[in-house]
Design a binder for this molecule. Structure first.
Ligand SMILES: [Zn+2]
Length: 327
């Protein structure tokens, strides 16, 4: 007999708690069952603790690894795809992601070389001097060091994933390739890092495949607005606790983006004109300590302010100089 109860999604969160020092608090990934499908959304970090957590959640709910029918990777960051190689080696299941994630997950050398060149040019344009050069050297070193971190199995486009009754949403901003899964029947969103309860997720500056800078803060605003338009009751995040009734939190995150933009406008009015001047005045010592995060924030904000026609820039000796329009 047809049992309507099995034809709805069931969620089994897998949570690994991080050390108290780590601002992410937890790494979360999820099993979803529907009919005879068992999908893994994200795959944690690479490591025994994550493997054990997966095995534990499978067993606790009457599953084993061979019941898995697919893996969906929410975005290319290492804390979301760590177990993929290990799982597929033991049980051959299809792996899906947004197409833009594929060269990053595969660590495609041509793409990564282009990406390094992108940051080299970017940090010059934003006047980052020696600190920028140091960052580029670090990226070159990582390119060689992390070659083994590539995802080995073939990766299919998320459009081909068998996700009955789930809508796939593209949530760029934090990563160009981030996808969420929307379960309209249960009003649940699997959102990865688009919304996190205890921290605002960073918009990380990235190139597209042709090396053009993506408007990441603007994209974050659009992704947050997209969630705000849904009748969502629960967001399952990549880090921290599940978020009930997320609309107030989304409004707070959007306000914070505006506040940061306003602060940058006042710094420019007070004489900071290059990216690094704005970043140093805004963030002090954090500029040096968390350089790539700070510059992502400042660059994304400047692009967004420029898009809104609040600031404009000129180029002097290869360096962007910003001023407030009419200011
Ligand atoms: Zn991430």
């Amino acid at each position: 007999m047809y049992d309507s109860k099995t034809r709805t999604y069931k969620y089994y969160p897998i949570t690994v708690t991080l050390s108290e020092m780590n601002p992410l608090k937890t790494v979360n990934f999820y099993l979803l069952s529907y009919d005879d499908q068992l999908i893994l959304y994200d795959a944690g970090w690479d490591g025994n603790q994550y493997w054990q957590a997966l095995q534990h959640t499978l067993k606790e709910n009457g599953f084993n690894l061979n019941d898995l029918t697919g893996i969906v990777i929410s975005h290319n960051h290492v804390d979301h795809c760590g177990l993929v190689n290990q799982i597929v080696e033991k049980h051959d299941v299809p792996v899906y992601s947004h197409e833009k994630a594929i060269p990053r997950l595969k660590r495609d050398p041509d793409f990564l070389q282009m990406r390094i060149g992108f940051y080299e040019d970017l940090y010059e344009r934003f006047d980052c001097g020696e600190r920028g050069k140091w960052q580029v050297d670090y990226l070159i070193e990582s390119f060689y060091k992390n070659r083994d971190a590539a995802i080995i199995p073939p990766i299919k486009s998320i459009e081909d994933a068998p996700l009955q009754n789930l809508e796939v949403f593209h949530f760029p901003g934090h990563a160009p390739d981030q996808i969420g899964l929307w379960d309209e029947e249960n009003h649940i969103l699997l959102g990865a890092d688009v919304l996190i309860q205890h921290i605002s997720s960073n918009a990380l500056v990235e190139p597209d495949k042709k090396g053009r800078r993506l408007p990441t803060v603007h994209q974050s605003v659009q992704s947050l607005n997209k969630i705000a338009s849904l009748p969502v009751d629960l967001v399952y995040s990549g880090h921290g606790v599940p978020i009930e009734n997320p609309h107030a939190l989304i409004a707070k995150r959007l306000r914070r983006i505006d506040e940061k933009g306003n602060k940058i406008i006042s710094l420019i009015k007070n004489g900071a004109s290059t990216g690094s001047e704005i970043a140093k005045t805004y963030y002090g010592n954090t500029y040096k300590q968390q350089f790539s995060l700070v510059m992502s924030e400042i660059i994304g904000q400047l692009d967004y302010l420029e898009h809104q026609e609040i600031v404009t820039k000129t180029v002097e000796n290869g360096v962007f100089r910003y001023k407030v329009i009419g200011g």
